[in-house]
Design a protein around this ligand. Structure first.
Ligand code: NAG
Ligand code: NAG
Ligand code: NAG
Length: 938
């Protein structure tokens, strides 16, 4: 490029020929300035003219992929070339519909070849080549998480994730998540165990503009630094020289709208959008100045130009306006989505994705009106209803968005949801109707595209990063678990996991039809009627039934199996009671033509499941105080008013029950017919739980309340404001009989063995002390205390002692996570450990149930509906063989034993079509409620 300086003297610099020439140019310009500096007729050009001109030239260059590679920039020299033979490879190509049966060759951190590989190519590697026959296993690209706080909100948590946000301003594009990225987070390894290889680490959502996000690979690096984990960081990151011959790299920016920033800054939605406009106006002003400057600079009109207008604070936002930044906007409701779409058009910048996006499925046309390409929606599958903004969220959102041709991403928001199980979100979205190719793309190629990295991750293609997962089943089958994971071609588990999965899990599950439900979700703006369509006392005949399960004494028994009887069975129900089941005898009973018949198409009938551990039934919207029963007063920290009875009072959950919330009715429709809920407490004493029907319209309905009092609940926790030893001291006194009033009376029942004591506890050390207290009290009374640990993250460490003491365990997270210090010593389960906690406890004859957990963030009561999949998954991955009856027992009769619920007579039965409750193929179509003397049909 030729530079002409004021028409008087000229020389030429080739700006793109590397540093030597550029240095030469600068030297020339310096000497030139020196020579002429005293001549008033001449204009001086700035010292860094060449750098500025470079900047000006590149001002409008958009990010793009680097040139093709023969070696990855992340290649670790010691990595051996690897051949995976005999694989079923989901490549991500052809809109996610291509499956290649064949081999996969990785070398130099890259995928080299896929399919039929020329033997000569392989021979060239000689003995270096690692060859692994994967035996026809499914292989996919590594899972990509578009929304994670891994490393920033680290686990076990010690600082309440306080590095995730800045509270110094509402719009701060200059902040960088990288500056808070801790390499010590147990979740890196755990998430790799779920197949996650790449994640976008975003700042939190407390600010309108929260700062820049960074893409990382999860594997440990030799260097052990956050910087060395980065994937294609922007060149400007460390302020060093930018090679202008390379296109810029994508940057990422976190934004948030709605109540998060407005709550934190005590402003309103109007204030937040104004903060956005003010920030973008600032960036626009700088950009326009730069453009005007560069027009002159490039024309060599240096006169009076001064310095290049720039701002270290605002440069990232200027880059947004230049189309070089992927905007990730936390945004739920139509009101806020509309505001951001307006903003994008006012300032002309595209939105890469709306995150959480609970209402995007209601406003597809709005998304299409955003500036540039329509934003993707990064959503959860079933996690909703936890605040007003998410109240209209729908499990059908993913499929509805994709039907409108919009991109869908399933994301974790780790640790809000454990990213180890991000693939399960795609499985659930698929269950509710997202096509299989799009479901798999939603955690691989689509997030890769949205973060601008789909030139190297998200696919299995030659030239792509060697991030590859070998699965033990089809990735969309329930419980799919990596056998091995490669990142940059580096093997991640010392010992590959090899327990076989059933053959039925080797292909895409054939999921049921939810078309009408999806239509209703939109028609009713996310709040479709969830009560049963038909509730009848008349005769209902279920035909084509493949299996029937009933309660025996504290166990589940399969009482009918079509496999044994050769013919699919018939079940006749009258007044909500099964009056006939089997084949021959029922043919006579149902000859009346007036009766309702339901063909279950190979379906099943089983006792309803139970949920425990969440505030279901006491809370409608978790984060909206005015929708809840609220917290009981913690007697260890506050005075309980005399009017209530002072410190000797026990609160009963049954007094605060609220029915017909979406989460309750969805649990009911998911086969969870009973909830056992204790009063919500932030401290030590919770109170008496009650058992009730999730499907009831109100408390006075017949059979709505199953048991006024189930168990007495206490929490002993290290996260309390009062010491653990104080809490245990209080419990010792309560068990000693020294306390009077209702509280004393209830504890007397506990000591007499009449009322179970359920202690929410995570740490094995606290469990040990609790078992000592139990022993002390039992020595005095001569009676056995019925003690149950709820939560129980570390129970496997004391399995022998827990088994010997006859203590029961309800796993609050059947798929464990080291949320905090007291819960950190988890047994991770496959592929990281052969056994799961469930295995260890069952092998010590402990009665185990599965429940939900109040620890940490995350979906609590909204995942009650998924209990059936949780039970099935736990049974599937257990080393001990667990039958279907055994799996159902984990979430039904075992919980009754552990929680003191006596429901052997008039219990509810769940009716499923196309399979049993435990399968992705089935759908719950009704509940037989003998207590309420009806059959509910959905
Ligand atoms: C700056 O970052 C680039 C890559 O992003 C790296 O190659 C370079 O060595 C870094 N410079 C310094 C001084 O750390
Ligand atoms: C019973 O269900 C099976 C599916 O399991 C189906 O193939 C069959 O056609 C059904 N039979 C009748 C009579 O509906
Ligand atoms: C568990 O119970 C079975 C049968 O009652 C018994 O044989 C076994 O020894 C018990 N296991 C342990 C670890 O107590």
């Amino acid at each position: 490029m030729a530079l002409t300086l004021d028409g008087r003297r000229a020389y030429t610099c080739i700006l793109t020929k590397g540093p030597v020439l550029i240095l030469l140019c600068c030297a020339l310009s310096l000497s030139w300035m020196f020579k002429w500096t005293n001549d008033p007729a001449l204009v001086t050009i700035p010292l860094h003219a060449e750098e500025i001109l470079q900047k000006c030239q590149n001002l409008h260059v958009l990010p793009g992929p680097p040139l093709s590679r023969t070696e990855s920039d992340r290649y670790v020299q010691t990595t051996r070339p690897t051949l995976l033979k005999n694989a079923m490879i989901w490549t991500g190509r052809v809109s996610g519909s291509e499956v290649v049966r064949g081999d996969l060759l990785m070398d130099k951190g890259l995928i080299m070849e896929v399919g039929d590989i020329d033997p000569e190519v392989l021979d060239a590697f000689g003995r270096e080549l690692v060859v692994q026959d994967v035996g026809g296993a499914w292989v996919s690209p590594g899972i990509v998480d578009l929304h994670s706080h891994l490393g920033i909100c680290y686990s076990p948590d010690l600082n309440g994730c306080s590095d995730g946000n800045s509270f110094h301003g509402i719009a701060q594009p200059w902040l960088r998540s990288l500056d808070a990225l801790n390499i010590h987070d147990d979740a890196y390894r755990l998430s790799i165990a779920g197949g996650i290889t790449t994640a976008l680490i975003l700042p939190g959502s407390a600010n309108a503009i929260g700062g820049q996000g960074f893409v990382i690979k999860l594997r440990p690096t030799e260097e052990k630094t956050p910087s060395s984990m980065l994937l294609e960081p922007p060149f400007s990151l460390n302020g060093s020289y930018v090679n202008p011959s390379l296109p810029p790299r994508w940057r990422q920016m976190k934004q948030a709208c709605g109540e998060n920033p407005s709550r934190v800054y005590e402003g309103s939605r109007m204030d937040t959008i104004w903060a956005f406009r003010q920030a973008y106006d600032m960036a626009r002003t700088i950009r326009d100045k730069q453009d005007a400057y560069c027009i002159k600079a490039l024309a060599s009109q240096w006169s009076g130009l001064g310095d290049f207008p720039d701002s270290l604070q605002w440069e990232a936002l200027v880059d947004v306006l230049r189309g070089r930044v992927k905007i990730h906007n936390h945004c739920y409701e139509a009101v806020d989505l509309d505001g951001i779409v307006r903003l994008s058009n006012e300032f002309k910048f595209p939105i890469a994705a709306f995150h959480h996006a609970h209402e995007t499925y209601l406003v597809p046309d709005l998304l299409k009106r955003a500036y540039g390409d329509p934003p993707a929606s990064a959503v959860f599958a079933t996690f909703a209803h936890f605040k007003r903004e998410g109240y209209r969220g729908s499990e059908f959102a993913a499929r509805i968005l994709s039907e409108h041709g919009l991109d869908v991403v399933m994301k974790s928001d780790h640790p809000a949801m454990n990213s180890r199980y991000l693939l399960h979100e795609a499985q659930l979205a698929h269950y509710y109707g997202l096509p299989d190719n799009i479901a798999l793309a939603s955690v691989t190629s689509t997030p890769a595209k949205i973060m601008g990295e789909d030139h190297r991750i998200g696919y299995i293609k030659p030239g792509y990063d060697a991030d590859v997962v070998i699965w033990d089943s089809h990735p969309l089958a329930l419980g799919a678990t990596p056998k091995q994971v490669y990142i940059d071609g580096i093997v991640q588990f010392n010992k590959p996991y090899s327990r076989p999965k059933p053959l039925s899990h080797q292909h895409i599950p054939k999921t049921p039809d939810f078309d009408q439900d999806a239509v209703d979700a939109v028609r009713y703006d996310g709040l479709p009627p969830l009560q049963a369509k038909i509730s009848t006392s008349d005769v209902v005949i279920f035909t084509n039934v493949t299996s029937v399960f009933m309660k025996g004494s504290r166990r589940i028994e399969q009482v009918f199996s079509a496999a044994d009887d050769r013919l699919a069975g018939i079940v006749v129900v009258k007044d909500g009671k099964v009056v006939c089941r089997g084949i021959e005898p029922c043919l006579e009973v149902h000859s009346d033509s007036n009766v309702r018949r339901v063909n279950l198409m190979g379906g099943s009938i089983a006792p309803g499941l139970i949920t425990v551990g969440s505030p279901l039934g006491l809370t409608d919207i978790d984060l909206e105080d005015s929708t809840k029963d609220g917290l009981v007063i913690d007697p260890l920290l506050s005075e309980i008013p005399n009017l209530v009875g002072g410190g000797e009072t026990v609160i009963r959950a049954v007094d605060g029950l609220q029915f017909a919330s979406p989460d309750m009715l969805l649990a009911y429709r998911g086969g969870v017919t009973t909830a056992v809920t204790a009063p919500e407490s932030s401290g030590f004493l919770s109170g008496l739980s009650g058992a009730f029907t999730t499907g009831a319209a109100h408390k006075l309905e017949d059979g709505a309340v199953i048991q006024d009092v189930a168990a007495l609940h206490v929490i002993v926790s290290m996260s309390s404001d009062i010491s653990v030893s104080t809490q245990l001291g209080a419990l010792r006194r309560l068990l000693s009989g020294e306390i009077h009033g209702d509280l004393g009376a209830q504890f007397k029942k506990v000591v007499e063995g009449e009322l179970p004591l359920v202690v929410t506890v995570y740490s094995a050390d606290i469990m040990a002390s609790l078992m000592q207290l139990k022993q002390e009290a039992e020595k005095r009374s001569g009676k056995a205390i019925r003690l149950t640990f709820l939560g129980a993250s570390e129970a496997h460490l004391l399995a022998t002692e827990i088994g010997n003491a006859g203590v029961g365990v309800i796993l609050g997270r059947v798929r464990p996570f080291p949320t905090d210090w007291q819960s950190r010593r988890i047994l991770p389960g496959p592929p990281l450990s052969e056994d799961s906690a469930l295995d260890v406890l069952l092998s010590h004859n402990v009665t185990v149930g599965i429940g939900l957990d109040i620890l940490g963030l995350g979906p609590q009561k909204s995942s009650a509906r998924n209990t059936r999949f949780d039970a099935a998954w736990a049974a599937l991955e257990a080393r001990t063989e667990i039958s279907q009856s055994g799996a159902l027992a984990l979430a039904s009769v075992n919980l009754e034993t552990l929680l003191g619920v006596d429901d052997d007579e008039d219990y509810d039965m769940v009716v499923t079509a196309f399979g049993t409750l435990l399968e992705f193929e089935s759908k719950v179509v009704g509940v037989i409620s003998s207590r309420r003397a009806v059959v509910d049909l959905f």
